[in-house]
Design a protein around this ligand. Sequence first.
Ligand code: DSN
Length: 423
Amino acid sequence: MHETSISHLQGRDPEVAGLVEAEARRQYEKIRLIASENYVSPAVLEATGSVLTNKYSEGYAGKRYYEGQQNVDPIELLAIGRAKELFGVEHANVQPYSGSPANLAVYMAFLEPGDPVMGLSLPMGGHLTHGWSVSATGKWFDPVRYDVRADTGRVDMDKVRDLALKERPKLIWCGGTAIPRTIDFPAFAEIAREVGAVLAADIAHIAGLIAGGAHPSPVGHADVITTTTHKTLRGPRGAMIMSTAEHAKAIDKAVFPGLQGGPHNHTTAAIAVALREAAQRDFSGYARQIVANAGALAAALLERGYDLISGGTDNHLILIDLTNKGIAGKPAAQALDRAGIELNYNAVPFDPRKPFDPSGLRLGTAAITTRGLGEAQMPRVAAWIDEVVQAAAKGDETVVDRVAAQIREFLASYPMPGWTSTP
Ligand code: DSN
């Protein structure tokens, strides 16, 4: 059952309470491989569900537009101080509501409408807000897109440089949502310097790996760094923008009053808690285990003939092209979900299929590493994935219930933060 009490909710609104409880059970019983998800600690859950949600705090500590900030100011200052310490940055803004608003604030801080912006294209692993056509960032700015190489599945920095020299973007994004390999921050910084662009590193997926020393840091290379707080960093749904002191004022002005009103103080508190957790010594072990698990899972999938974009992974994320398995990403993801393995269908680079019915699957190991699974368990996970995908390719549903039951039994040995088996 849900570990933090929902007794009031059960009394006041049994319908919602029932769904919350069902979601807790679903998260307990599934192998959760969505690369952008995790399990937060009960401490983060408690901060998120606290009375801080009652308070309005437009402005910044010491300069608010509402009275009564005796507790909110120190909470926000704690979160800022912890972010600065953990990532080694000069400035942090912890108010963005989530990753997309954080990225919009970067545009607001540095660009005028119509200015050229360069980012990894969405089907190659970029993010909507890096100038993709359906996003406001692609409509209101002039997008220039770089790709990955078809033969390596990796970004070709020579091509990025050539494109930047030709198009002269004012802002360059590195990072994205489906990048299985290490991001070369120094190379991006050199290109940005050469063309006079601001370099923004979107580390949403890898922030926890960076905090834990399991991925190189963009600090000292990127002018501005955005991140969500809920993926490998294992905090609440929120975001931060970090920068050098030089850009602090522009970033803060862009977030408030440029784009947002009052910050979500309950989220700020939970971010502070998560940052404290990420500063503990065991977090670097966690970050390294995420990467080790992804490597072991990738190796087990390769052994079973899966075609992995870039041939493997350096981080928490694996991108599979299912074309050689005779099934598209969506039916495979749906069959896996029914069998107790949750992930998402995803476009692969140069995908001939449509985004809503693409060729690939995206997996990540942050959540299962939080549950305590290690490298030794990855071949078992790969075997279940393979069994279900092969069956789904033949239209065979018979394995689904059996695998789901096996997974429920298997996961009973791996505690879930936020769930308790004893009422
Ligand atoms: N939705 C996030 C992800 O899954 O990577 C990106 O916005």
